[in-house]
Ligand binder design. Structure first.
Ligand code: KG4
Ligand code: ZN
Length: 326
C-alpha cells in the first residue's frame, strides 16, 4: 500500500455490530459506519448467535453502501478489502467474509483477512494521532482480556489473558445480577458514580504471572445480591456497582502496571469496549487511548489492520474460512 491515498474497505461482523468503513493507506478515516444490534439482544441479556447472524445478513448491504457513500467512494475506487476472519461467532463472521469475498471478487481486488484482536490494536494506528509502537496494550472487551506487547517491527506477543471471563463479560454479567440493562458496562459505569466503591470488599483475583480471572468476582456479587430483598437491592445497587467496578478495574490496572514494569514498556495503551470505562481511564491516566467510537467494535480498525496484512490476491481467497477462536 505505497500510495497514501489508496482506499481500503473494512468489514466487521464478528459479534453484534455490523460495521463497514473506508480508510486510506495512511490511516485516515473516510467513513466509519456501525449498526449496533445491542437492542435486539438486550431482552436475552447477551448476544444470541443465530439472531446476530441473521441480523448481519439484513444490515451488511445497507451498511457497506452507507460507508461508501459517506466516503464519497465507489467500489471501483477501492484498492483492497479487509475483513475480520476471527475470533468471534462463526455464523456472524461468515456473513462478513461472504460479502467481502463477493465484493472483492467482483472487482478483482485483493482481500486482507484480519484478526479481530489485531484489529483492536490497529485502532491505535489511525489518524489524526497514531500511537507509535513499541507499547504495552491492554485489550479489554466483551469477549477478550489480553495484555499485548506491541513491538515496532510489527510483532505482537500476548503476555497474559483471562483464564475465564473477559472483563467486559464480567461487567455484563454483573449488570445482569444487579438488574441493569445490556450491555452492562456502561450501566455499571454510570451507576457506580453514585455509589461507594468501598462498601463491599469484593475479591481481586491475583492469579500468577500476567493472567486475569473474573469468575470468582462474579460469584461474590451473586452471593451478595442473593442475600438482599428486592427493596434492599434497589437501595444498595449503586454501592454494589461501585464496589464491583472497583474490583475489576483494580485487577486490570495492577496487571498493566506489573507488565509495564516487567517489559520496561515506555508506553501503555488501552483498547476494546471496556476502555470506555471512566474509572479505568482515570486509573490509567497516562495510557494512550483511541477515540471512544474506535474502542468498541468497528470496521475502521479492521481496515487499519488490513494495511499491515499481506492480502490474498484475486481469486485465491474464495476458499477463505472463518475461525471462532485463536
Ligand atoms: O469491544 P467491544 O465493543 O466488543 C467486543 O469485541 O467484545 O466491547 C463491548 C464490551 C461490553 O462487554 C460492554 O459492557 C463493555 O465493552 N463496555 C464497558 C463500558 N462501555 C462498554 N465496560 C465498562 N465500562 C464502560 N463504560
Ligand atoms: Zn471487539
Amino acid at each position: 500500500m505505497e500510495r497514501p491515498d489508496r482506499l481500503i474497505l473494512g468489514i466487521e461482523t464478528s459479534c453484534d455490530e455490523t460495521a463497514a468503513a473506508v480508510v486510506t493507506a495512511d490511516g485516515q478515516i473516510k467513513s466509519n459506519v456501525v449498526a449496533s444490534q445491542a437492542e435486539l439482544h438486550a431482552e436475552f441479556g447477551g448476544v444470541v448467535p443465530e439472531i446476530a447472524s441473521r441480523r448481519h445478513l439484513e444490515l451488511i448491504g445497507p451498511v457497506v453502501r452507507e460507508a461508501l457513500e459517506q466516503a464519497d467512494a465507489t467500489l471501483d475506487e477501492l484498492d483492497r478489502i479487509a475483513v475480520t476472519q476471527g475470533p468471534g461467532l462463526i455464523g456472524a463472521l461468515l456473513v462478513g467474509i461472504a460479502v467481502a469475498k463477493s465484493l472483492a471478487w467482483s472487482r478483482r481486488l485483493p482481500l486482507a483477512p484480519v484478526d479481530h484482536l489485531r484489529g483492536h490494536v490497529a485502532s491505535l494506528f489511525l489518524q489524526p494521532a497514531p500511537v507509535e509502537p513499541p507499547f504495552l496494550c491492554l485489550l479489554a472487551s466483551g469477549g477478550h482480556t489480553l495484555l499485548i506487547d506491541v513491538r515496532d517491527d510489527g510483532t505482537q506477543n500476548v503476555l497474559g489473558s483471562t483464564l475465564d471471563d473477559a472483563a467486559g463479560e464480567a461487567f455484563d454479567k454483573g449488570a445482569r445480577l444487579l438488574g441493569l440493562g445490556y450491555p452492562g458496562g456502561r450501566e455499571i459505569d454510570r451507576l457506580a458514580r453514585e455509589g461507594d466503591p468501598a462498601a463491599y470488599d469484593f475479591p481481586v483475583a491475583r492469579v500468577p504471572e500476567l493472567d486475569f480471572s473474573f469468575s470468582g468476582l462474579k460469584t461474590a456479587l451473586l452471593y451478595a445480591t442473593r442475600e438482599l430483598s428486592p427493596e434492599q437491592l434497589a437501595e444498595r445497587r449503586a454501592d454494589l456497582a461501585a464496589s464491583y467496578q472497583r474490583a475489576i478495574v483494580t485487577a486490570l490496572v495492577e496487571r498493566v502496571r506489573k507488565a509495564a514494569k516487567e517489559t520496561a514498556a515506555a508506553r501503555v495503551a488501552l483498547v476494546g469496549g471496556v476502555a470506555a470505562n471512566s474509572e479505568l481511564r482515570a486509573g490509567l491516566a497516562d495510557a494512550a487511548l483511541a477515540p471512544l467510537e474506535l474502542c468498541t467494535d468497528n470496521a475502521a480498525m479492521i481496515a487499519s489492520a488490513g494495511r499491515f496484512v499481506e492480502p490474498v490476491p484475486y481469486p485465491g481467497y474464495l476458499g477463505l474460512d472463518a475461525y471462532a477462536s485463536r
